[in-house]
Design a binder for this molecule. Structure first.
Ligand SMILES: NC(=O)c1ccc[n+]([C@@H]2O[C@H](COP(=O)([O-])OP(=O)(O)OC[C@H]3O[C@@H](n4cnc5c(N)ncnc54)[C@H](O)[C@@H]3O)[C@@H](O)[C@H]2O)c1
Length: 273
Protein backbone atom coordinates (compact mmCIF):
# COMPACT_ATOMS: atom_id res chain seq x y z
CA UNK A 1 0.00 0.00 0.00
CA UNK A 2 1.42 3.36 -1.00
CA UNK A 3 0.33 5.59 1.86
CA UNK A 4 2.13 8.64 0.59
CA UNK A 5 -0.06 8.96 -2.48
CA UNK A 6 -3.37 7.51 -1.31
CA UNK A 7 -6.45 9.68 -1.43
CA UNK A 8 -7.23 10.87 2.08
CA UNK A 9 -10.47 12.59 1.08
CA UNK A 10 -12.79 9.57 0.75
CA UNK A 11 -13.69 8.91 4.37
CA UNK A 12 -16.46 6.37 3.79
CA UNK A 13 -14.76 3.88 1.50
CA UNK A 14 -16.86 0.73 1.66
CA UNK A 15 -15.23 -1.51 -0.92
CA UNK A 16 -14.65 -4.51 1.31
CA UNK A 17 -12.99 -6.41 -1.51
CA UNK A 18 -10.20 -3.87 -1.27
CA UNK A 19 -7.09 -5.20 0.49
CA UNK A 20 -7.12 -2.22 2.83
CA UNK A 21 -10.13 -3.81 4.52
CA UNK A 22 -8.43 -7.18 5.03
CA UNK A 23 -7.73 -7.57 8.73
CA UNK A 24 -7.59 -10.20 11.45
CA UNK A 25 -10.11 -13.00 11.90
CA UNK A 26 -13.11 -12.05 14.05
CA UNK A 27 -15.24 -15.12 13.37
CA UNK A 28 -17.75 -15.58 16.20
CA UNK A 29 -16.75 -12.35 17.94
CA UNK A 30 -19.29 -9.80 19.12
CA UNK A 31 -17.99 -6.26 18.72
CA UNK A 32 -19.38 -2.93 19.96
CA UNK A 33 -17.98 0.23 18.37
CA UNK A 34 -19.12 3.46 19.99
CA UNK A 35 -19.28 6.39 17.60
CA UNK A 36 -19.06 3.73 14.89
CA UNK A 37 -21.51 5.39 12.51
CA UNK A 38 -18.80 7.22 10.60
CA UNK A 39 -15.13 8.20 10.51
CA UNK A 40 -12.56 6.12 12.38
CA UNK A 41 -15.11 3.95 14.19
CA UNK A 42 -16.89 3.00 10.97
CA UNK A 43 -13.57 2.19 9.28
CA UNK A 44 -12.71 -0.22 12.11
CA UNK A 45 -16.25 -1.68 12.08
CA UNK A 46 -15.95 -2.47 8.37
CA UNK A 47 -12.65 -4.27 8.84
CA UNK A 48 -13.89 -6.31 11.82
CA UNK A 49 -17.18 -7.03 10.01
CA UNK A 50 -15.27 -8.30 7.02
CA UNK A 51 -13.30 -10.50 9.41
CA UNK A 52 -16.51 -12.21 10.51
CA UNK A 53 -17.54 -10.18 13.58
CA UNK A 54 -21.11 -9.39 14.55
CA UNK A 55 -20.86 -5.62 14.80
CA UNK A 56 -22.99 -3.31 16.93
CA UNK A 57 -22.72 0.37 16.06
CA UNK A 58 -23.51 2.45 19.15
CA UNK A 59 -24.01 6.08 18.15
CA UNK A 60 -26.26 8.99 19.05
CA UNK A 61 -26.55 9.99 15.40
CA UNK A 62 -29.48 7.72 14.54
CA UNK A 63 -29.50 8.29 10.78
CA UNK A 64 -25.75 7.82 10.44
CA UNK A 65 -25.88 4.65 12.57
CA UNK A 66 -28.68 3.22 10.43
CA UNK A 67 -26.73 4.05 7.24
CA UNK A 68 -23.60 2.40 8.64
CA UNK A 69 -25.50 -0.76 9.56
CA UNK A 70 -27.15 -0.86 6.13
CA UNK A 71 -23.68 -0.61 4.55
CA UNK A 72 -22.26 -3.37 6.75
CA UNK A 73 -25.27 -5.65 6.18
CA UNK A 74 -25.10 -5.13 2.43
CA UNK A 75 -21.57 -6.51 2.60
CA UNK A 76 -22.71 -9.60 4.44
CA UNK A 77 -21.78 -8.63 8.00
CA UNK A 78 -24.15 -9.16 10.92
CA UNK A 79 -24.75 -5.63 12.12
CA UNK A 80 -26.97 -3.84 14.59
CA UNK A 81 -27.59 -0.13 15.23
CA UNK A 82 -27.73 0.92 18.88
CA UNK A 83 -29.08 4.44 19.24
CA UNK A 84 -27.48 5.64 22.48
CA UNK A 85 -25.55 8.50 24.02
CA UNK A 86 -22.40 7.28 25.80
CA UNK A 87 -22.72 10.07 28.38
CA UNK A 88 -26.03 8.61 29.57
CA UNK A 89 -25.49 5.50 31.70
CA UNK A 90 -29.07 4.23 31.34
CA UNK A 91 -28.99 4.62 27.57
CA UNK A 92 -25.69 2.69 27.46
CA UNK A 93 -27.10 -0.07 29.65
CA UNK A 94 -30.17 -0.44 27.40
CA UNK A 95 -27.91 -0.61 24.33
CA UNK A 96 -25.72 -3.35 25.84
CA UNK A 97 -28.84 -5.28 26.90
CA UNK A 98 -29.96 -5.14 23.27
CA UNK A 99 -26.63 -6.35 21.92
CA UNK A 100 -26.51 -9.20 24.47
CA UNK A 101 -30.03 -10.27 23.48
CA UNK A 102 -29.32 -10.06 19.75
CA UNK A 103 -25.71 -11.27 19.46
CA UNK A 104 -24.64 -12.53 22.90
CA UNK A 105 -21.89 -11.38 25.27
CA UNK A 106 -19.52 -8.70 24.04
CA UNK A 107 -15.98 -9.85 23.17
CA UNK A 108 -14.62 -6.55 21.85
CA UNK A 109 -15.38 -2.98 22.92
CA UNK A 110 -14.03 -0.04 20.93
CA UNK A 111 -14.57 3.19 22.89
CA UNK A 112 -14.35 5.61 20.01
CA UNK A 113 -17.24 8.09 20.38
CA UNK A 114 -15.83 11.58 20.60
CA UNK A 115 -16.16 15.23 19.78
CA UNK A 116 -13.66 18.09 19.55
CA UNK A 117 -14.36 21.79 19.96
CA UNK A 118 -13.34 25.36 19.29
CA UNK A 119 -9.80 26.59 19.78
CA UNK A 120 -9.38 28.63 23.00
CA UNK A 121 -7.06 28.84 26.01
CA UNK A 122 -7.82 26.94 29.22
CA UNK A 123 -8.73 30.06 31.19
CA UNK A 124 -11.35 31.06 28.61
CA UNK A 125 -12.89 27.58 28.40
CA UNK A 126 -16.47 27.57 29.74
CA UNK A 127 -17.01 25.08 32.58
CA UNK A 128 -19.85 23.37 30.72
CA UNK A 129 -17.58 22.67 27.76
CA UNK A 130 -14.80 21.42 30.06
CA UNK A 131 -17.28 19.04 31.73
CA UNK A 132 -18.74 17.89 28.42
CA UNK A 133 -15.31 16.75 27.19
CA UNK A 134 -14.88 14.56 30.28
CA UNK A 135 -18.48 13.33 30.00
CA UNK A 136 -17.94 12.02 26.46
CA UNK A 137 -14.35 10.77 26.51
CA UNK A 138 -13.91 9.54 30.11
CA UNK A 139 -17.40 8.90 31.49
CA UNK A 140 -18.60 7.60 28.11
CA UNK A 141 -15.84 5.00 27.98
CA UNK A 142 -16.36 4.18 31.66
CA UNK A 143 -20.11 3.53 31.15
CA UNK A 144 -19.35 1.06 28.35
CA UNK A 145 -16.54 -0.63 30.30
CA UNK A 146 -18.92 -1.19 33.23
CA UNK A 147 -21.31 -2.96 30.87
CA UNK A 148 -18.78 -5.02 28.92
CA UNK A 149 -16.10 -6.13 31.37
CA UNK A 150 -18.01 -8.51 33.71
CA UNK A 151 -19.04 -10.69 30.71
CA UNK A 152 -15.46 -10.62 29.38
CA UNK A 153 -14.09 -11.76 32.74
CA UNK A 154 -16.62 -14.58 32.88
CA UNK A 155 -15.77 -15.65 29.32
CA UNK A 156 -12.04 -15.40 29.99
CA UNK A 157 -11.55 -13.30 26.88
CA UNK A 158 -11.94 -9.67 25.88
CA UNK A 159 -10.33 -6.83 23.99
CA UNK A 160 -10.94 -3.15 24.81
CA UNK A 161 -9.61 -0.39 22.56
CA UNK A 162 -9.94 3.18 23.77
CA UNK A 163 -9.52 5.75 21.02
CA UNK A 164 -7.67 8.62 22.70
CA UNK A 165 -5.53 11.19 20.87
CA UNK A 166 -1.97 12.46 20.58
CA UNK A 167 -3.48 15.54 22.26
CA UNK A 168 -3.79 13.46 25.44
CA UNK A 169 -0.04 12.74 25.40
CA UNK A 170 1.28 16.10 24.24
CA UNK A 171 -1.44 18.65 25.07
CA UNK A 172 -2.66 20.85 22.21
CA UNK A 173 -2.38 24.56 22.91
CA UNK A 174 -5.92 25.85 22.51
CA UNK A 175 -7.39 22.40 23.17
CA UNK A 176 -6.98 22.02 26.92
CA UNK A 177 -10.37 20.46 27.63
CA UNK A 178 -10.03 17.88 24.85
CA UNK A 179 -6.37 17.14 25.71
CA UNK A 180 -7.14 16.71 29.43
CA UNK A 181 -10.07 14.40 28.71
CA UNK A 182 -8.02 12.26 26.33
CA UNK A 183 -5.19 12.11 28.92
CA UNK A 184 -7.84 10.93 31.38
CA UNK A 185 -8.85 8.18 28.98
CA UNK A 186 -5.22 7.07 28.65
CA UNK A 187 -4.91 6.90 32.46
CA UNK A 188 -8.12 4.88 32.67
CA UNK A 189 -6.73 2.47 30.05
CA UNK A 190 -3.52 1.94 32.01
CA UNK A 191 -5.38 1.11 35.23
CA UNK A 192 -7.83 -1.18 33.46
CA UNK A 193 -5.05 -3.02 31.66
CA UNK A 194 -3.32 -3.83 34.94
CA UNK A 195 -6.57 -4.85 36.65
CA UNK A 196 -7.43 -7.33 33.86
CA UNK A 197 -3.94 -8.50 32.98
CA UNK A 198 -4.40 -12.10 34.19
CA UNK A 199 -7.80 -12.66 32.61
CA UNK A 200 -6.99 -12.48 28.88
CA UNK A 201 -8.96 -9.26 28.79
CA UNK A 202 -6.58 -6.73 27.25
CA UNK A 203 -7.22 -2.99 27.38
CA UNK A 204 -5.21 -0.59 25.27
CA UNK A 205 -5.46 2.88 23.78
CA UNK A 206 -4.70 4.15 20.31
CA UNK A 207 -3.68 7.76 19.83
CA UNK A 208 -4.42 9.24 16.39
CA UNK A 209 -2.91 12.53 15.29
CA UNK A 210 -5.06 14.11 12.56
CA UNK A 211 -7.41 11.88 10.60
CA UNK A 212 -9.53 12.97 7.64
CA UNK A 213 -13.06 12.59 9.01
CA UNK A 214 -16.01 14.89 9.54
CA UNK A 215 -15.19 15.52 13.22
CA UNK A 216 -13.91 19.06 12.62
CA UNK A 217 -17.09 20.09 10.83
CA UNK A 218 -19.27 18.34 13.40
CA UNK A 219 -17.37 19.96 16.29
CA UNK A 220 -16.93 23.47 14.91
CA UNK A 221 -13.13 23.27 14.44
CA UNK A 222 -11.94 25.90 11.96
CA UNK A 223 -10.00 25.20 8.75
CA UNK A 224 -7.17 27.36 10.10
CA UNK A 225 -6.98 25.20 13.24
CA UNK A 226 -6.95 22.06 11.08
CA UNK A 227 -4.02 23.44 9.09
CA UNK A 228 -2.09 24.31 12.28
CA UNK A 229 -2.49 20.80 13.69
CA UNK A 230 -1.68 19.11 10.38
CA UNK A 231 1.51 21.18 10.17
CA UNK A 232 2.71 19.48 13.38
CA UNK A 233 2.77 16.03 11.68
CA UNK A 234 6.25 14.95 10.54
CA UNK A 235 4.73 12.77 7.77
CA UNK A 236 3.18 15.95 6.40
CA UNK A 237 -0.35 14.65 5.94
CA UNK A 238 -3.44 13.51 7.79
CA UNK A 239 -4.26 9.82 8.14
CA UNK A 240 -7.02 8.10 6.21
CA UNK A 241 -9.64 6.55 8.56
CA UNK A 242 -8.74 3.09 7.20
CA UNK A 243 -5.22 3.48 8.55
CA UNK A 244 -6.68 3.88 12.04
CA UNK A 245 -9.25 1.17 11.33
CA UNK A 246 -6.47 -1.34 10.65
CA UNK A 247 -4.63 -0.46 13.86
CA UNK A 248 -7.81 -0.65 15.95
CA UNK A 249 -8.77 -4.00 14.38
CA UNK A 250 -5.33 -5.42 15.21
CA UNK A 251 -5.44 -4.18 18.82
CA UNK A 252 -9.02 -5.55 19.09
CA UNK A 253 -8.06 -8.98 17.79
CA UNK A 254 -6.65 -12.19 19.25
CA UNK A 255 -3.42 -11.48 17.37
CA UNK A 256 -2.64 -9.15 20.27
CA UNK A 257 -1.52 -11.33 23.18
CA UNK A 258 1.16 -9.63 25.29
CA UNK A 259 0.29 -5.94 25.34
CA UNK A 260 -2.12 -4.35 27.79
CA UNK A 261 -2.52 -1.01 29.52
CA UNK A 262 -0.53 0.43 26.67
CA UNK A 263 -0.81 3.10 24.00
CA UNK A 264 -0.44 2.54 20.24
CA UNK A 265 0.55 5.69 18.40
CA UNK A 266 -0.87 6.67 15.00
CA UNK A 267 0.17 10.30 14.79
CA UNK A 268 2.40 10.27 11.69
CA UNK A 269 5.48 10.70 13.87
CA UNK A 270 4.21 13.58 16.00
CA UNK A 271 4.21 11.76 19.35
CA UNK A 272 7.48 11.96 21.24
CA UNK A 273 6.70 9.04 23.56
N1 LIG B 1 -10.23 12.75 13.34
C1 LIG B 1 -9.13 13.09 14.03
O1 LIG B 1 -8.27 13.84 13.56
C2 LIG B 1 -8.91 12.52 15.41
C3 LIG B 1 -7.65 12.70 16.02
C4 LIG B 1 -7.41 12.18 17.27
C5 LIG B 1 -8.42 11.49 17.94
N2 LIG B 1 -9.63 11.32 17.33
C6 LIG B 1 -10.66 10.61 18.09
O2 LIG B 1 -11.13 9.53 17.32
C7 LIG B 1 -12.49 9.27 17.66
C8 LIG B 1 -13.33 9.20 16.40
O3 LIG B 1 -13.24 10.45 15.75
P1 LIG B 1 -13.66 10.68 14.23
O4 LIG B 1 -12.67 11.63 13.68
O5 LIG B 1 -13.93 9.41 13.56
O6 LIG B 1 -15.01 11.50 14.46
P2 LIG B 1 -16.43 11.45 13.73
O7 LIG B 1 -17.13 12.71 14.10
O8 LIG B 1 -16.27 11.11 12.29
O9 LIG B 1 -17.12 10.21 14.47
C9 LIG B 1 -17.42 10.27 15.83
C10 LIG B 1 -18.74 9.58 16.06
O10 LIG B 1 -19.02 9.62 17.47
C11 LIG B 1 -20.40 9.87 17.63
N3 LIG B 1 -20.61 10.45 18.95
C12 LIG B 1 -20.11 11.62 19.44
N4 LIG B 1 -20.52 11.81 20.69
C13 LIG B 1 -21.29 10.74 21.02
C14 LIG B 1 -22.00 10.36 22.19
N5 LIG B 1 -22.03 11.16 23.27
N6 LIG B 1 -22.65 9.19 22.19
C15 LIG B 1 -22.66 8.39 21.09
N7 LIG B 1 -22.02 8.70 19.94
C16 LIG B 1 -21.34 9.87 19.92
C17 LIG B 1 -20.76 10.82 16.48
O11 LIG B 1 -22.15 10.83 16.20
C18 LIG B 1 -19.92 10.25 15.35
O12 LIG B 1 -20.65 9.28 14.61
C19 LIG B 1 -12.92 10.38 18.62
O13 LIG B 1 -12.86 9.90 19.94
C20 LIG B 1 -11.88 11.45 18.39
O14 LIG B 1 -11.70 12.28 19.53
C21 LIG B 1 -9.90 11.82 16.10
Amino acid sequence: MNTTTRDTKDETMTDLTDDRHRGPDFTGRVVVVTGGAQGIGFASAQIMGRGGASVAILDFDKDAADRAVAGLSARGARALALHADVTDQLSVKAAFDEVRTTFGDVDVLVNNAGVAGPNRPVWETPPDFMRSMFEVHVMGAYHCIVEAVPGMIEAGYGRIVNVASVAGKEGNAGGGAYSAAKAGLIGLTKSLGKELARKDVLANAVTPGMVTTGISTRSGVSEERNRQLTALIPMGRQAHPDELGQLIAFVASDRLTFTTGSVFDASGGRATY
